[in-house]
Design a protein around this ligand. Sequence first.
Ligand code: SF4
Ligand code: FE
Length: 483
Amino acid sequence: MALMSGKEYEESLKKIKMKIYLFGEEIHTPVGHPILQPSVNSVKATYDLALMPEYEDLMTATSNLTGEKINRFTHIHQSAEDLVKKVKMQRLLGQKTAACFQRCVGMDAFNAVYSTTYEVDQKYGTRYHENFKKFAAYVQENDLTVDGAMTDTKGDRSLAPSKQADPDLFLHVVERRPDGIVVRGAKAHQTGIVNSHEVLVMPTIAMGPDDKDYAVSFAVPLDSEGLMMVVGRQSCDTRKTEGCELDLGNTVYGGMEALTVFDNVFVPNDRIFLNGETEFAGVLVERFAGYHRQSYGGCKVGVGDVLIGASALAAEYNGAEKASHIKDKLIEMTHLNETLYCCGIACSSEGTETASGNYLIDLMLANVCKQNVTRFPYEIARLAQDIAGGLMVTLPSEKDINHPVTGPIVRKYFAGREGVDVMDRFKIMRLIENLTMGTAAVGYLTESLHGAGSPQAQRVMISRQSNMEGKKELAKAIVHIED
Ligand code: SF4
Ligand code: FE
């Protein structure tokens, strides 16, 4: 089964007995749960779009491992063109879901682990790359969703992993056996983890020789013994349990994050991709972060397209669309959004081949991309709220809008331009609320700030990649300074 449908994906998820905690209850599948189903729906879109002829070129690729047609979310990039198509696919999905569709983290982890394991094997004669290729082919053949797990909880930020008061604050190996390893620790903020079949774990920072037990990468299925998820709250999340539609803003799609705990989880030898080669921890982090910083030049742009469209409709629905300041705000939002896209495309088309044969984005440009993503969606959201006006946060509830006494009053007094259905005006208000301060704001804003590394992480990389000495030489040459 090279390509699953969304329905098949959902059915396959149901077969995995997960240990999920949410609002003080233990549940075993996200499917059908009102808080988690929108998140499942977003990932379903990555399956359904791949089966539509008009999106085939963006959504599918030919595997270098099996030669088969596969979903691009499981692809090992074979060219700079593949990297560009990845960003275009993410913009498309952002447009279709107006949410985080989650499957990119695994794709980015795939490509980082693929090239890094090759280089570890070259140096140490290990078998990590063969292990990973076998795992990747299994994922491609079964069209699985993989969660890429990097962020440890990190405890005291001034201390190395092995120096923490509690050794579990970074995930680490606690036992080495002939048939594999046992790991303990936790990964925070895991996007889409409960909607995934497998989790692919990577170290979170560059490490020194003392951190051998922490330099570990592996993959295990979501029903592994000892694996547990505690789902994080999102602003306005309980609206999903109220049986309402309008108040959700986005009735179908959403995202989720969870603290993922590995309590003595066993990893068999053929699922280990790094085990103690500390100098490669930093390489893996840098590459994964680079790919995911590229990703934001696609997904956030797609969601931005929806938000800009909603803002334009909000203005039209109350008759303000001809005002010059509204037009200018929409231009500014578009300019900011397309600037992010320029960065996503640029770091992709400047991508180069790694020793393993897959393609890596230009790291400088990917970091510039993400640095802009830490700012521009916030400005786009501010302008959307400016155009939407106060009604976005003072609109009465759906129940009041449908109530026999208050409903007609609310609809009468919040009518906009004649001929516009006032309910359409309300829907757009709720969508802007959802994207800029509701459940989707986690994906559109906080993710933009902290996902794939907080702003300072990109500034460190920009500094490292800046070739300042080379720039100084350029200046010296112009004015004939000789050392
Ligand atoms: Fe994909 Fe964007 Fe969500 Fe990351 S934040 S998983 S890149 S949609
Ligand atoms: Fe992310």
